[in-house]
Design a binder for this molecule. Structure first.
Ligand code: G6Q
Length: 541
């Protein structure tokens, strides 16, 4: 286990040595760190100097990555070995952005030609919808696209469509439906004409309760609106690995785009799951995003560990979580367009690394994936940043900014970026009691107005928010999460933890329905809540 290694012990001893050394001192004794503790990759720049690390910390962390086998494990992933051991699968989202001509084999079969075949079909489909050539059952062009999917089949396309949405075709209305709460679909359908509406049903398994329930209700809405069961094939596209279930649902498999079991849901935005995104921004922009992913893949695969952006980000995260005791970290994009990035990364990170046993099934023994959350700046500054500045908990954060705005509006962008830089500065350096007192603040208020500082941040700057830089940013975090999983010795690519709730919901659902009697036999609390719900719905016990 990693915690039993010398490298881990050295880091623990080093953490004791540097404990109490404030970021102010680190900068005073090593002023070059602001320039030097940075790394570039593609269009991204990472400044990690405002972390509680010395150059020695970084050397020890790199030694830990070497000891954990990050480099060979990374190769195993890129080569298509079945590193998802609990599901006996390869993990090959990187093959989705491999250029045609490159070979990536799964069980001796090169998967790249199939990837490009699907990409070409996506390209064609998206172009037809955008050009008005895909018509509905009545011959009218499609003006509304409703994406139905959940988790990995929703968050990626929804996040990326919002990020790149400035380029979306204004003639198209795009909506994303994920929740089984009828208000989600109901609200999404308001104002839409069924004759002009296309549903893109995204589900890897095509067995997901939420997605199938929403898709069924969408089909009812469509058939009721158009009065024709045959309309379904003009208004539904499926993205799935399960052709049988797609056909059973009633979607023509000619209108289905496939992908493969070696693409995990939360790693699938760059597969056909991104179809709605491709319709929104255009297939060329989608391909540009894939090239961006590829830029980061090549950097991750080729750069030495101590100059490798995803590895550095991962190691700083391990330092914060395991040696400084931070249970959580905040993602703060200073970009409204990146507003859904925290939710996307929350799934990517927490579903991947929220594990407590290692690859052999033994307890990991150290804290693993942190609690990830966040909101765009500057909104967070007027809400939760108080706790990060002056609370008792350590909350490291990633502040993400875009240098050149998509839209120039007066001085908005300079003010936005000034706030990003000011937050990182304030978090690191704070304001001492002496400084506060010197400003003439009443003595009894000095403790309240003192900022301890020493709060770690990473600042990530994109030159511009483009399809390519977004691809680079997503891949950066994918590889960061992978690297952390390797260090902790866990499987970042399964998600058994979501199963139990699904099984129990299936058992409880019939107990809530009118005409059925509750079976009982749950715990006292669950049985009482079932009775209360039935009573509120006027359903007898
Ligand atoms: C992601 C998870 C999960 C999954 C959803 C939807 O990695 O596996 O979020 O994406 O449960 O699954 P389907 O695409 O099969 O409907």
């Amino acid at each position: 286990m990693i915690a039993d290694t010398q490298e881990w012990a050295r880091l623990a001893a080093h953490a004791d040595e540097v404990a109490g050394v404030h970021l102010r001192e680190l900068f005073a004794s090593d002023p070059a760190r602001g320039e030097e503790l940075t790394v570039g990759a593609g269009d991204l720049h990472l400044d990690y100097s405002k972390n509680r690390v010395t150059r020695q910390t970084l050397r020890l962390l790199t030694a830990l990555a070497e000891r954990a086998g990050v480099a060979p494990r990374r190769e195993a992933m890129f080569r298509g070995e079945a590193i998802n051991v609990t599901e006996r699968r390869a993990v090959l989202h990187t093959a989705l952005r491999a250029p045609s001509g490159e070979r990536v084999e799964v069980d001796g079969v090169d998967v790249v030609p199939a990837v490009h075949e699907v990409l070409d079909r996506m390209h064609d489909l998206a172009s037809r919808v955008r050009a008005g050539e895909w018509t509905g059952a009545t011959g009218r062009r499609i003006r509304n696209v409703v994406n139905i999917g959940i988790g990995g089949s929703d968050l990626g396309p929804a996040m990326a469509t919002r990020a790149l949405g400035g380029d979306a075709d204004p003639a198209l209305t795009l909506r994303f439906v994920s929740n089984i709460d009828g208000d989600d679909l109901g609200d999404a359908l308001v104002g839409l004409d069924p004759a002009e509406t296309l549903f893109v049903v995204c589900s890897k398994t095509f067995t997901t309760l939420e997605t199938l329930t929403n898709a069924r209700s969408a089909r009812e809405w469509l058939v009721a609106g158009l009065g024709d069961e045959g309309a379904v094939r003009h208004h539904f596209i499926a993205v799935s690995t399960n052709a049988e279930q797609v056909a059973a649902f009633g979607i023509d498999t000619a209108n289905m785009l496939g992908f493969w079991d070696w693409v995990g849901g939360r790693y699938s935005v760059d597969s056909a799951i991104g179809l709605t995104l491709a319709i929104a921004v255009g297939p060329d922009a989608f391909r540009e995003m894939l090239r961006g992913f590829r830029v980061m893949d090549e950097h991750f695969r080729g750069a030495p560990l101590d100059r490798n952006m995803p590895v550095i980000l991962a190691l700083i995260g391990v330092w914060n979580a395991n040696f400084l005791g931070a249970d959580t970290y905040a993602v703060l994009p200073y970009s409204q367009r990146l507003g859904r990035l925290p939710a996307y990364l929350q799934q990517l990170d927490m579903e991947s690394n929220g594990k407590s046993v290692d690859l052999e099934g033994r307890p990991v023994g150290v804290p693993t994936g942190p609690i990830v959350w966040g909101e765009p700046g500057t909104n967070g500054q007027h809400a939760f940043m108080q706790l990060i500045h002056q609370g008792t908990r350590l909350v490291p954060s990633d502040l993400i900014g875009v240098c050149r705005p998509g839209r120039e509006m007066g001085d908005h962008h300079d003010l936005l970026m000034a706030n990003l830089l000011a937050q990182a500065e304030a978090l690191a350096f704070g304001r001492t009691a002496e400084e506060v007192a010197a400003e003439g603040v009443a003595p009894e208020l000095v403790p309240h107005r003192t900022f301890p500082g020493d709060r770690p941040t990473n600042v990530i700057l994109l030159d511009e928010l483009t399809p390519s830089s977004l691809g680079q940013l997503i891949a950066l975090y994918e590889h960061k999460v992978f690297t952390q999983g390797v260090i902790w010795g866990i499987n970042s690519f399964d998600q058994w933890g979501v199963e139990l709730g699904k099984v129990l919901a299936k058992r409880i659902a019939p107990e809530l329905i009118a005409g059925e009697a509750p079976a009982g036999g749950h715990d006292g609390s669950t049985d009482a809540l079932i009775r209360r719900y039935r009573a509120a719905r006027g359903r007898s016990a």
